[in-house]
Design a protein around this ligand. Sequence first.
Ligand code: CTP
Ligand code: MG
Length: 301
Amino acid sequence: MALVPAAGRGVRLGESKPKAFVPVGGRPMLTLAIDGLIASGVVDHIVIAAPAELIDEARFLLGHRVEPACPVPVSVVAGGAERTDSVRAGIAAAPRATHFLVHDAARALTPPSMIARVVAELKSGCPAVVPGLPVADTIKSVDADGDVTGTPDRAVLRAIQTPQGFDAQLLRDAYAAGMHATDDAGLVEAFGAHVRVIPGDPLAFKITTPLDLRLACTLLTVRDTPESADETVPAQDVAAPVDIPAASHLPAPAKPSAGPHNDSASYVRSSSNVPASSKAPSASDVPPTTDFSASTNTVTR
Ligand code: CTP
Ligand code: MG
């Protein structure tokens, strides 16, 4: 089950319509993102959170992909004021999902092979999986006056992308706990769960600014030129998998309420000191040509 937050306004992009509806090379970001999810072969249902006033337009744009005609049914719900509100609306619309992939519509060029790698890692038993890339710039923390307060070691930092994959009950519980984070993985970290990072892909960048949009248009032109197809950067060249420990500075996670689907104990880490080498092999070992269309690799709802 994939949840696609697409209800943002796109303030930084500065176009006249909400960002997910802005065309890239002639096709709206939303359509590109949905087609990438479908092409991955690992998603069995898609729920889009769109701006309330554009639900009908979203359904129109997605045309035959909207259920019941499409083998990967797509439904559209109203998003909310914040991204977390939009994801929450998508979660509520999928009460029977066993796994969630949360994927920004704004990451319109995300390669299907990377989506499949996230799902493969999820199905290997990780409760939370996110793609990430090493950061190229030095990152500094600063105070309100602009004075530097620290320079974290760049080698241990990753810029996190989507789709982010989760055990569905874990994501429901993390949202129900009412904590705050800037991404979905941050919520489950705050909840005390183990999050694994697998190699991301530069093409999964988030289209945020006008420069990003120009880049995306250019890349799409290149991608859709037959002789230059599939120039995805090999995953093993961009980052090694790392584990994000549960946030030690946060209070102990709220105990999830008991319920028929509650298997929270299985995804909350017992220790944050488990060395990465003792983990199961990363899904980054899966070759990009692997056929993920077999039903055993499909994220079921
Ligand atoms: N999103 C959403 N609901 C919101 C805010 C964001 O569904 N209330 C979605 C966006 O549509 C996007 C993704 O979350 O697909 C990532 O958000 P971002 O890149 O910040 O998009 P916008 O919020 O639209 O852009 P901006 O912050 O510049 O306004
Ligand atoms: Mg935003």
